[in-house]
Write a protein of this length. Structure first.
Length: 750
């Protein structure tokens, strides 16, 4: 094949010859609609910037005629710099912005045509919450009980939905399950923003669509200004963003969208995969170019990723190739429990560092939810391996964890003023700043502790009543904590703390994505307490607080810049988009964890979870490890876990399978003979024999006995199998069957 011509820009950079054949095809298609399906690691940004440079160099468009949008300021800045490095100073004239900043530009110029003054303010989340708080006070609703952040989250969720721009009745979109009038708050919120001459971030998009739809003269001006349109990450666009680009490009139809339907993972924040899947319906004449050459991963990694994503039906068929044919096969490790899983990950990091000279920064640990980070953080700290958490706080730095620890510290030491001040009005119970100041003044004047003042109810009125209720809660919890050691397990005690204080209920009532994540974190915290109980039988609250102080007071590696650059990275897979690492661990690959239990009730939900798995695998350059646990234990019992369906979709010849056993905190379950072998259901004759023998395997129970489980309530034992530490009980709770290891399950006979 003849070598491609080398075309240099006026700035001296080759803008054509350095591209592969498919990339050149995408770059040089300059008239008419173009869909670029950019597979993982295929050089998407390179193609976008070279295409912009090509348009300008060949004079298909002047810099100010090009409209390019992406999703983050960082991405927009990088694109602008790359274009400028190829074209020179004129590259700064190209309109390259985020969707929101592009909308601000349009509304500042033409928003007055729909009643938006040019000097409008843009309210961020903090501003929005302040507005909602004032509205709640005007409506005589307590903003400490109805959290403004929850209201703002619901308003944003509504504005992300396509129905809002499709003429749906707004009342039909508002939640009706609150014990207050959400519709009234929603309407008052927008009246307030209008009176403040302000728009929120969602309004920037929604009102731009309104402007373009209702003002033909505005649309005509903008269509005359811009002749070529480029949209990055098109699979992540919501309905408003789809409408903006479609309206602007409707005259010239010179629209190029770049994205990968296999990496559409943000439906929960409004992204609609149908935008990229249906592009050819909107533009039947569109050319489709697939960038299938991956420059990141080895062939074994790509083969595994492809085998998983190929099970999705809502996708455009594409194949990835790479010149890196050699490489280590993907590995699936099934551990006996969650501690075995974490031990395997940390031990593998240590081994690869020693044997193959990898550095800490070469490793990343992915998980589906933030709550899963706790055990990895604990083990990394014990091994003195620096780490950083991307896109979130370290486990023990999260607000809900600090709150529960403050409760526990105060229960242990009622003179702990710092902890008292943190919890006295969390959740909101009507004890405001002025009341706290009064408490402290009395304590100082009478040489008492603040707790003495609260307990003796030295303040009257409404605040005094709230304070008395708080004192009663603390006193009842103190009474529970002074019982016989081991009588009320510490994990159960902490569960009571969350219940009696109303902390858990306040999160459940909030009913947002954030509150759900906080509940998961608290449950994981209790799981950690339960593990400590197993390691230290009969442990007390003071013992636990002493142990936990080692985690919460250690020096943060991120405070040392040099050390932070050489840290293991932890993050949810949602935060991994656009990143890459030499070695990737994808953990918790079990049903109900990944895919997540909240996403398995629809085909669309399962397909997005599968795309998330694909994104995680394709972040790896050299090696990928997929891990799962056979058992996961919590304070409510020990539960058998089924491997993720995504693991079972990978052909045997593409993945190495092994088993890892840990003795930490839990006796290991029987090791598989060779690799992974799914447990087989008992034959009917075996089940009959079990039922006939009753508790003959060393169980203290018999089949047909009625028992009470602390979480699931009353149930009937229908099957007993195994023996000793591995004796399993199958219990029927209504129409649902659950399997438990007897040794670790607190059951009471009836």
């Amino acid at each position: 094949m003849r070598a491609p011509p080398v075309i240099h820009s006026e700035h001296g950079m080759d803008i054509y010859g350095s591209l592969n054949e498919t990339q050149r095809k995408a770059v040089t298609h300059v008239q008419g609609p173009l869909l670029i399906l950019a597979g993982a690691g295929s050089g998407k940004t390179r193609v976008i910037t070279h295409r912009i440079a090509y348009l300008m160099f060949r004079e298909y468009a002047r810099p100010h005629n090009i409209f390019a949008v992406t999703f983050t300021n960082k991405a927009a800045e990088e694109m602008q710099n790359r274009v400028s490095s190829m074209i020179g100073p004129s590259g700064k004239s190209v309109f390259i912005k985020t969707f929101h900043s592009a909308s601000v530009f349009i509304l500042r110029l033409y928003g007055e045509r729909i009643g938006i003054p040019r000097n409008f303010s843009i309210y961020d989340q903090s501003d929005q919450e302040s507005v909602v708080k004032e509205i709640l006070l005007r409506m005589k609703l307590d903003p400490k009980k109805i959290r403004p952040s929850m209201i703002v989250s619901k308003i944003s969720e509504i504005k992300d939905r396509a129905e809002l721009l499709q003429g749906a009745n707004i009342d039909s979109m508002l939640p009706k399950y609150y014990n207050f009038n959400f519709t009234e708050i929603y309407e008052e919120y927008h009246r307030t923003l209008k009176s403040h001459n302000a728009l929120d971030f969602n309004d920037l998009l929604v009102r731009t669509v309104e402007l373009l739809q209702s003002s033909p003269e505005t649309l005509d001006v903008l269509q005359s200004r811009w002749s070529h349109f480029m949209v990055d990450e098109y699979q992540d666009t919501n309905y408003s963003q789809y409408c903006i680009t479609k309206l602007l490009a409707s005259r010239s139809r010179n629209i190029c969208v770049v994205g990968d339907d296999d990496q559409s993972i943000y439906s929960w924040r409004g992204a609609d995969i149908r935008n990229i899947l249906n592009f050819e319906n909107d533009y039947p004449e569109a050319m489709v170019v697939t960038l299938g050459k991956n420059y990141r991963s080895t062939k074994p990694i790509l083969d595994v990723a492809t085998s998983v994503i190929s099970h999705n039906s809502m996708r455009k068929q594409k194949e990835l190739s790479t010149e890196r044919e050699d490489g280590e096969p993907a590995v699936w490790i099934q551990a006996n429990n969650e501690y075995g899983e974490a031990e395997f990950v940390i031990n593998t990091i240590k081994t690869l560092k020693y044997r193959e000279r990898f550095s800490n920064r070469d490793f990343t640990i992915f998980y589906r939810t933030n709550a899963q980070s706790r055990i990895f953080e604990d083990l990394l700290r014990r091994e003195n391996i620096p780490y950083r958490v991307i896109g979130g706080l370290r486990f023990y730095d999260r607000k809900e964890i600090k709150d529960i620890l403050a409760y526990l510290k105060f229960l242990s030491n009622p003179r702990d003023l710092v902890s008292l001040l943190r919890i006295i009005n969390v959740p909101a119970r009507g004890i405001g700043r002025s009341t706290v100041d009064r408490i402290r003044q009395i304590a100082g004047d009478e040489s008492l502790s603040e707790w003495d003042v609260i307990r003796d109810t030295r303040i009257t009125g409404k605040a005094g009543k709230s304070m008395a209720e708080f004192a009663e809660i603390i006193a009842s919890l103190q009474a529970l904590n002074t019982g016989v050691p081991g009588e009320l397990p510490l994990s159960k005690f902490i569960d009571r703390v969350l219940s009696l204080t109303g902390y858990m209920k306040s999160l459940e009532d909030e009913d947002t994505f954030e509150s759900s994540a906080r509940i998961d974190n608290l449950n994981e915290f209790i799981n950690g307490v339960y593990a400590f109980e197993m390691a230290v039988p009969g442990c007390t609250l003071d013992q636990f607080l002493q142990e936990i102080s080692l985690y919460t007071t250690q020096e943060d590696p991120d405070e040392n810049p040099d050390e932070a650059k050489n840290s293991v990275t932890l993050m949810t897979i949602h935060n991994a988009k656009g990143l890459e690492f030499p070695v990737v661990f994808i953990t918790g690959m079990e049903e109900e964890i990944f895919p997540h239990r909240l996403c398995t009730d629809t085909d669309e939900g399962i397909e997005e979870e599968r795309r998330l798995c694909y994104v995680g695998i394709t972040r790896a350059r050299e090696r990928v490890y997929l891990t799962s646990a056979e058992l996961r234990r919590s304070y409510t019992g020990v539960f058998h876990r089924d491997p993720s369906r995504f693991l079972l979709e990978i052909p045997d010849d593409l993945i190495m399978r092994d088993y890892y056993t840990s003795d930490a905190y839990m006796n290991p379950s029987p090791r598989f003979a060779q690799g992974y072998r799914a447990p087989q259901p008992a034959r009917r004759d075996e089940e009959d024999e079990i039922e006939e023998n009753g508790g003959g395997n060393g169980s203290t129970f018999r089949v047909s006995e009625t028992v009470v489980h602390p979480k699931y309530g009353q149930g009937r034992i229908v099957r007993i199998e195994g023996s000793g530490d591995n004796c399993k009980l199958t219990i029927l709770f209504g129409a649902s069957k659950k399997v438990f290891l007897e040794k670790y399950t607190p059951l009471e006979r009836i």
